[in-house]
Design a protein around this ligand. Structure first.
Ligand SMILES: *Cc1c(COP(=O)(O)O)cnc(C)c1O
Length: 411
């Protein structure tokens, strides 16, 4: 007989998933409701209202796609991008590559702006590429966790609108940790996840959709026999090539029509609702400041230990920090020691950065002073045990000083 689930109490300081806020865990233990029970549809409407605040938007269409963050990405792309349509993708890391992989399966005509990992693209470069390629949709990542860089998106939505281009942003890693300013950026579709800065479990993908993107998606609406009845479909548009990820159908499910599609993942809805409630209660600005304070302290501590940070300071994500593995240290052995001796997980890296950097997160419920200090102290001990000479105590002291230099920073 296998034992009851009883995982070790690890401190998850990687790029996600991270430890879940206890209130979110408690919300998930609540019992099921029928899909069309007024209590349930009430919770769905409250969740839509809460995520408008999380996404900093007035968009009517703001709801959850059931599945991990990738479900939101796939739903957005398969619903926005028609087969044969041109899609311009800004690629600066692993998740940019994922967008092309999904777009390829859709049969989109893919154009890319490829920039070196660790860098970001200025808006002029994005506009020049839009003028050159004339895409139907522009897609990018806000914070690409593979590189720990955040692409600035101020003005990008306006550029897209000026050229009649729909825009999509994957904000999975930044939602809840940095401003994801949907309306201020003027972007059309933004998706996220719960297991990064929202402090929830993986399995729900919040999404927000502008009216103009919703009109484009609705024009591709599929008529499902038996439930939706006869309905006009614009013959000039191809139908959305997925049933589960057909955003037009999911929108009708979340609308007043409540047209049945899937069964809303009830426990995940409870989790998403509670995670957003916690964020709104904390206040968005306070929450972003808490993430900034944690990552600045982490960065200060790592530097004081004599380590070198990866990427450009000005564009660092405020929730995960890339740091070079020092010469002579086996990165995976050190990570194993962190886990086995300290019950702390830090992140490895992918592709060109594999074996070169660790990615240390301080996200959501883990963006807290004591967790930053504990992680730095453990890393110092592990590096010393691995024979790497470093100033003892300097990392933790520098992180504490960093917190002290930020009066009022929530810890
Ligand atoms: C973590 C992450 C994802 C993938 O999310 P899943 O929940 O694993 O599907 C996608 N995009 C970005 C930017 C991420 O950081």
């Amino acid at each position: 007989m296998f034992g009851q689930i009883d995982p070790p109490q690890r401190l998850l300081m990687g790029p996600g998933p991270v430890n879940v806020h206890p209130r979110v865990l408690r919300a998930m233990t609540a019992d099921m409701l029928g899909q069309f029970d007024p209590e349930m549809t009430g919770y769905m409407n409250q969740t839509m209202a809460l995520y408008r605040q999380v996404f900093m938007t007035e968009n009517r269409w703001t709801f959850l796609v059931d599945g991990t963050a990738r479900a939101g990405i796939e739903a957005a792309l398969v619903s926005l991008v028609e087969p044969g349509a041109r899609l311009l993708i800004l690629r600066a890391g692993r998740f940019g590559l994922l967008l092309s992989e999904i777009a390829q399966r859709i049969g989109a005509e893919i154009r890319t702006i490829d920039i070196p990992w660790g860098e970001v693209a200025p808006p002029e470069q994005i506009e020049a590429a839009i003028i050159e390629h004339r895409p139907q949709v522009f897609a990018t990542i806000h914070g690409d966790t593979s590189t720990t860089m955040a692409q600035p998106l101020d003005g990008v939505g306006a550029i897209c609108r000026r050229h009649g281009v729909l825009s999509y942003v994957d904000a999975t890693a930044t939602l809840g940790g940095m401003a994801v300013a949907t309306d201020a950026w003027g972007v059309d579709v933004v998706t996220g996840g719960l297991q990064k800065c929202m402090g929830g479990p993986p399995g729900s993908a919040p999404i927000t959709i502008s009216d103009r993107a919703a009109a484009h998606i609705m024009a591709r609406r599929h008529v499902e026999a038996g439930i939706r009845g006869a309905d006009a479909q614009d013959g000039s548009r191809t139908r959305i090539g997925s049933n589960y990820f057909d955003l037009a159908m999911i929108m009708e499910y979340w609308s007043e029509k409540r047209l049945n599609h899937h069964t809303e993942a009830t426990s995940m809805l409870y989790a998403a609702r509670e995670a957003a409630r916690i964020m709104v209660e904390e206040g968005l600005e306070a929450r972003f400041a808490r993430h900034r304070a944690a990552s600045e302290a982490m960065a200060a501590g790592l530097r004081a230990m004599g380590l070198t940070l990866y990427g450009q300071d000005a564009y660092r994500m405020a929730n995960v920090t890339g740091v070079f593995i020092p010469d002579g240290v086996d990165g995976e052995r050190a990570r194993t020691r962190m886990r086995e001796e300290f019950e702390i997980e830090i992140g490895t890296a992918f592709g060109p950065l594999a074996g070169r950097i660790w990615r240390i997160g301080a996200m959501g419920y883990n963006a807290m002073k004591h967790k930053v200090l504990i992680t730095l102290g453990a890393l110092e001990a592990v590096l010393a045990a691995e024979g790497h000479a470093l100033p003892r105590g300097a990392g933790v002291d520098a992180a504490r000083a960093s917190y002290e230099a930020m009066p009022g920073a929530a810890s």
